[in-house]
Design a protein around this ligand. Structure first.
Ligand code: ZN
Ligand code: ZN
Length: 212
């Protein structure tokens, strides 16, 4: 299950009176294929087959763009998924661009939980880039509205929280969890090597400042 695609489904009408019957059928067909590509992409991503996930998300996106604008909720789902797959593949710059597109759409048109999921994805990307202060900042952007997502991608609640309901990582203080179980799962799955490298660097540069 891909967390970021679990928000309310938007039924934006792609069929309008100006279209011929054949055009209408073509759009409906393209959209049906796009949804199946999108689902296949999520499964590939889940299984760690990132190159396949990237290709499938890109195909889904191309099909969606026949019917929906680049700034639509539908395209936003694909940009977010594409970003996740690119991040998994270590293509950080491209992931950054895909997430930026998803976030613009989602923060404007919602759903709020999808915007929060993309902010957390960007947080994970910033960690991978070694930019921990920015990881914290983007995650806390939903603080005022109690719209912070648990930092565990596999969080079973898929909910948004107030900062006071979350526990930050004690070492880096840049990622926040709804439970000890979530913290542990994310530590094992993702956060550990990034956090350790960051904290070792921070310590080394502290020592340089004090001694040098
Ligand atoms: Zn959680
Ligand atoms: Zn940490």
């Amino acid at each position: 299950m891909q967390r970021a695609n679990m928000g309310p489904v938007y039924h934006q009408n792609i069929i309008h009176p100006g279209l011929s019957g054949a055009e209408t059928n073509a759009l409906v067909r393209a959209n049906t294929i796009a949804i199946s590509r999108s689902n296949a992409a999520s499964s590939a991503n889940e299984a760690g087959r990132y190159d396949e996930a990237i290709r499938l998300h890109q195909e889904a996106l191309d099909l969606k763009l026949q019917a929906y604008p680049d700034t639509s909720v539908q395209a936003g789902i694909s940009y977010n998924g594409l970003g996740e797959a690119l991040l998994g593949a270590g293509r950080l710059q491209e992931a950054d661009e895909a997430f930026a597109k998803a976030l613009t759409t989602r923060e404007r048109d919602g759903p709020a939980v999808d915007a929060a999921a993309t902010r957390d994805n960007i947080g994970a990307l910033r960690e991978a880039q070694g930019r921990f202060a920015e990881a914290k900042e983007v995650r806390l952007r939903g603080k005022g509205k109690n719209e912070i997502m648990c930092g565990n991608y596999k969080c079973p609640t898929n909910a948004m929280y107030a900062l006071s309901d979350l526990q930050g990582c004690g070492a880096c203080k840049s990622v926040f969890y709804c439970s000890k179980a979530c913290q542990k799962q994310d530590w094992i799955r993702r956060h550990k090597p990034l956090c350790k490298a960051h904290c070792a660097n921070a310590q080394a540069s502290n020592q340089q400042t004090t001694t040098g």
